[in-house]
Design a protein around this ligand. Structure first.
Ligand SMILES: *Cc1c(COP(=O)(O)O)cnc(C)c1O
Length: 482
């Protein structure tokens, strides 16, 4: 589908669906929001969703299902073993990705758990374009370490580069020379690179990685959790691929990989996941772990209803009218914020709009968690819940030292088919207002800091009374508005 052109020349996303079920939202007044964020330990993960106006925390498991998906859920076949639902899902996966073996898991990180347990040992080195939180945690828990081989453009906040998620091939070769292929259980490419702003890789880059893996006999693993946006960007931005169908691009990607694992919570708007495997031996090695940690081989911890929705979701993954929506909404939000001077990651990527907290709060040192402080401030002034993706999301080294993140981002995820354009405009308005008051925002410190994945449920407090000052300023400018 070509984007619908408006006579004004503006690039405005147009929903190719209509809304037929709605869910009421509430927007608590700012004084209540101040209480809620304090009670949540300034951690947006700990807010109650009932106190949130727009939940832009993640696109994991919160995308809107279609009528076809909901209808398919009624046809689910409840059986512990050998359900017809599994067969339908497996056949569809085979049809789309062409990989002969499938290990079902309850979500994406469970796939990472099984892969790490099977392949990673003490001293393993896993090269990747960039890490993801749960991926890194599983690899380090098994005694391995992660090497990030992003390109120079990858971490440039503002750029015109279409594929900032690419892996640097020179760095990959150098790493293999340095540590030896025998210590590399697999090379991992993450499509739609999550933590650097949902930035895509090109198909050409994947082909180059494949060639290097072939030279050294290395396994190539794709984290396909964010495939849908990356598919769209390959078609939009990679000249050699623009005449291909989305289905063809998806197949070309899978054909280059040995293993393809995914979170169905993202790519299919249903809750599940799994690992697709080409090699029978590797499949057999991992198979025993599925009944142990997930559930029997024909459901892997998923509900059969969600599996039916996944099967339809895979059809929708290949529908351009559908998958262009996320990136177009995100591009719109990024452009609107950038026009108002708010520092955001460019070019717009997938997954969501990423605000650069380092530049937004250039007076807050990284040790005081500027991205965490900004996420709390955004909730406070708008009721919009984003996610810290910066130093708070890192984990401490074994000796207790705290690595500072390369980027300090607040991610405002764009769940698919959920928000209207006027809701996006509201979020833009409040964040742009906050930017004019940025000097009021201060830092945070830990009150409770868990050892593993601390960002999920750790608690923090403001270093001074900056939140009270922000509330007062809001009242001054907005009167009795919510
Ligand atoms: C979300 C995500 C995962 C984990 O998937 P869940 O279903 O949330 O467990 C893994 N990798 C990437 C790149 C992701 O974005």
């Amino acid at each position: 589908m070509a984007q619908v052109r408006f006579s004004s020349g503006e690039r405005i996303p147009l929903e190719m669906h209509k809304v037929r079920i709605v869910q009421k939202l509430s927007l608590p007044p700012i004084e209540d929001r101040a209480r809620h964020i304090a009670e949540a330990g300034n951690n947006t993960f700990l807010l109650r969703n009932a106190d949130v106006f727009m939940d832009m925390l993640t696109d994991s498991g919160v995308n809107a299902m279609s009528d076809r998906q909901q209808a398919a859920m009624l046809t689910a076949d409840d059986s512990y073993a050998g359900s017809a639902t599994y067969t339908r899902l497996f056949d569809k996966l085979l049809d789309v990705f062409g990989m002969p073996y499938y290990l079902p898991t309850h979500q994406g990180r469970a796939a990472e758990h099984l892969l790490a347990r099977t392949l990673v040992t003490e001293g393993s080195v896993v090269p990747m374009n960039y890490h993801f939180t749960t991926t890194k945690a599983h690899i380090t828990l098994c005694g391995g370490r992660v090497e990030e081989l992003y390109t120079d453009e990858g971490l440039q906040v503002t750029s015109e580069h279409p594929f900032k998620g690419n892996m640097d091939i020179g760095k990959l070769r150098a790493l293999i020379d340095e540590v030896g292929a025998a210590n590399i259980p697999f090379v991992r490419l993450e499509t739609g690179t999550n933590l650097i702003g949902g930035q895509p890789h090109s198909l050409a880059n994947l082909r180059e990685i494949r060639a290097v893996c072939d030279e050294h006999g290395l396994l190539l693993v794709m984290d396909g959790s964010l495939l849908s946006d990356n598919l769209w960007f390959i078609k939009e931005r990679e000249d050699s691929e623009k005449d291909k169908s989305i289905a063809q691009i998806a197949r070309d990607i899978a054909d280059l990989c040995d293993v393809f694992y995914f979170s169905a919570r993202k790519i299919t708007c249903a809750r599940g996941g799994g690992i697709l495997v080409r090699d029978e031996e590797l499949y057999k090695q991992m198979r025993g772990l599925v009944p142990l940690y997930e559930g029997f081989l024909t459901y892997g911890g998923m509900s059969v209803r969600e599996m039916e929705a996944m099967t339809i979701g895979l059809d929708e993954l290949l529908d351009e009218d559908n998958i262009c929506q996320g990136p177009q909404f995100i591009e719109h939000m990024v452009t609107e914020l950038a026009d108002r001077g708010v520092p955001v990651i460019t070019p717009a990527g997938g997954l969501g709009c990423h605000v650069d907290a380092r530049r937004f709060l250039d007076h807050v040192p990284q040790e005081q968690y500027p991205a965490g402080a900004l996420a709390a401030a955004i909730y406070l002034c708008s009721g919009v819940r984003g996610m810290e993706r910066g130093t708070m999301s890192e984990q401490r080294e074994q000796d207790g030292t705290e690595p500072l993140a390369e980027m300090e981002l607040v991610r405002l995820a764009m769940p698919r088919r959920v928000f209207t354009l006027s809701q996006v405009s509201y979020a833009v308005d409040r964040i742009a207002w906050l930017y004019t008051k940025r000097h009021l925002i201060g830092g945070l410190r830990w009150v409770e800091e868990p050892e593993v994945l601390r960002f999920f449920y750790g608690r923090l407090e403001p270093l001074d009374d900056w939140q009270e000052r922000l509330v007062a300023e809001f009242r001054k400018d907005f009167g009795d508005s919510l």
